[in-house]
Design a binder for this molecule. Structure first.
Ligand code: KIV
Ligand code: ZN
Length: 386
């Protein structure tokens, strides 16, 4: 049996920290429902202490989503933890995620605390969170630039206080794969009672290495990957879910791990995130970019027609991308529209479909071919923004 790697999606929290990506409760809910359908193990729905809007969005998502755990982020203060719990407590599977920085740089300039104070703050926060729920994650912000032994000491204390997951972030995307794998091995070997918790990694993409670092960490023992759809997130973004999941699936021969992700929903989810956040995917983006399965060179086209495996390491259908896209026009019916929208990530209710279908027919009267961008605009205007 392949070992399971849990997928912790933070599109709604770290992803939302991308400049310009803020989402309203309605949009967050749509995405959360899609992430549940995708098979995400843990959805980090937001940072309830950040704003009333975030608190509300996390609470609503917690009430609705049943199959994924719902996490709320909190600093180590009692007030933050109370707010996180207030929002996630409605969930079938709630999780409190508390964090504090552990690098000397952050301690000195940001927190103005010494190591002992940070350790105590981490322990108190985890103990308090544990008094509210069994499911507590602790993150050591800037962990990859922290003193290794201190990091292990803090993780060990957090586990003793009740953390069930300890997360090692490469907060500023500074690590390189060999180095990060070494650090993960060190943490696994030197953290007291590490076997009682899951080790998670959370990588940022400042050097374009977030996926490589995450994969390197999984190969040496990390069993939770924190990711976002399309890799959106602070600055250059976070590890992209579709890259990690498809790398694990495509290279099973070297990495015998499984995730719970239903990969056929990856592409529709990517489209949905682009539409909701307004952040478009670069054409050459791995897995979900417009050119990821396009072949331009004659030699490549010839090869793919003879056997797709000549130039394709994954089947486009695996990620939910159909080779035979239907062209929609004025003769298309509701069923074709519904199916096509599902492929774009919009599983509309009867009522919503009725609204969009009417607008689609109006548009199709004026335009020969209705493009995906047109449909997405109709859904955004007619359904998402209402
Ligand atoms: O990048 C980071 O360190 C974070 C933590 C809050 C997990 O996002
Ligand atoms: Zn982060």
């Amino acid at each position: 049996m392949p070992e399971r790697v849990k997928i912790f999606d933070t599109t709604l929290r770290d992803g939302e920290q991308s400049p310009g990506a803020s989402m309203n409760t309605n949009e967050k809910m749509r995405l959360a429902v899609q992430l549940e359908k995708l098979g995400v193990d843990i959805i980090e729905a937001g940072f309830p202490a950040a704003s009333e809007g975030d608190f509300e969005a996390v609470s609503e998502i917690a009430k609705r989503v049943k199959n994924s755990e719902i996490a709320g982020l909190a600093r180590t203060s009692k007030q933050d933890i109370d707010l996180a719990w207030g929002a996630v407590r409605h969930a079938a599977k709630p999780r409190i995620h508390t964090f504090i920085a552990t690098s000397d740089l952050h301690l000195k300039y940001k927190l103005k605390m010494n190591r002992e104070e940070v350790l105590n703050a981490a322990v108190d926060a985890v103990k308090y969170a544990k008094s509210l729920t069994d499911n507590v994650e602790f993150s050591a912000e800037d962990g990859s630039r922290s003193d290794r032994d201190y990091l292990c000491q803090v993780f060990g204390a957090a586990i003793e206080a009740g953390a069930t997951t300890v997360n090692l972030p490469d907060t500023v995307g500074y690590a390189i794969p060999d180095e990060f794998a070494e650090l993960v091995k060190y943490v696994m070997a030197n953290t007291p009672n590490m076997h009682k918790a899951t080790l998670s990694v959370h990588c940022h993409n400042d050097l374009g290495l977030a996926t490589a670092n995450t994969i390197a960490a999984i190969q040496v023992g990390a069993r939770q990957a924190e990711v976002t759809i399309n890799g959106i997130g602070e600055r250059a973004g976070n590890t992209s879910m579709e890259e990690v999941v498809m790398a694990l699936q495509t290279r099973q021969n070297l990495m015998p791990f499984e995730t719970g992700i239903q990969t056929a929903h990856l592409y529709p989810t990517s489209r949905l995130v682009s539409m909701i956040t307004g952040i478009m995917v670069q054409p050459n983006k791995a897995i979900v970019g417009a050119n990821a399965f396009a072949h331009e060179a004659g030699i490549h086209q010839d090869g793919v027609l003879k056997n797709p495996m000549t130039y394709e390491i994954m089947k486009p259908e695996t990620i939910g991308l159909s080779r035979n896209q239907l062209v929609l026009g004025k003769h298309s019916g509701r069923h074709a529209l519904h199916t096509h929208l599902k492929g774009l990530g919009y599983d509309l209710s009867e009522e919503e479909l009725k609204i969009v279908f009417k607008q689609f027919k109006n548009l199709a009267d004026k335009k020969k071919h209705v493009m995906d961008e047109d449909l997405e605009a109709l859904v955004t205007e007619g359904v998402l923004r209402t």
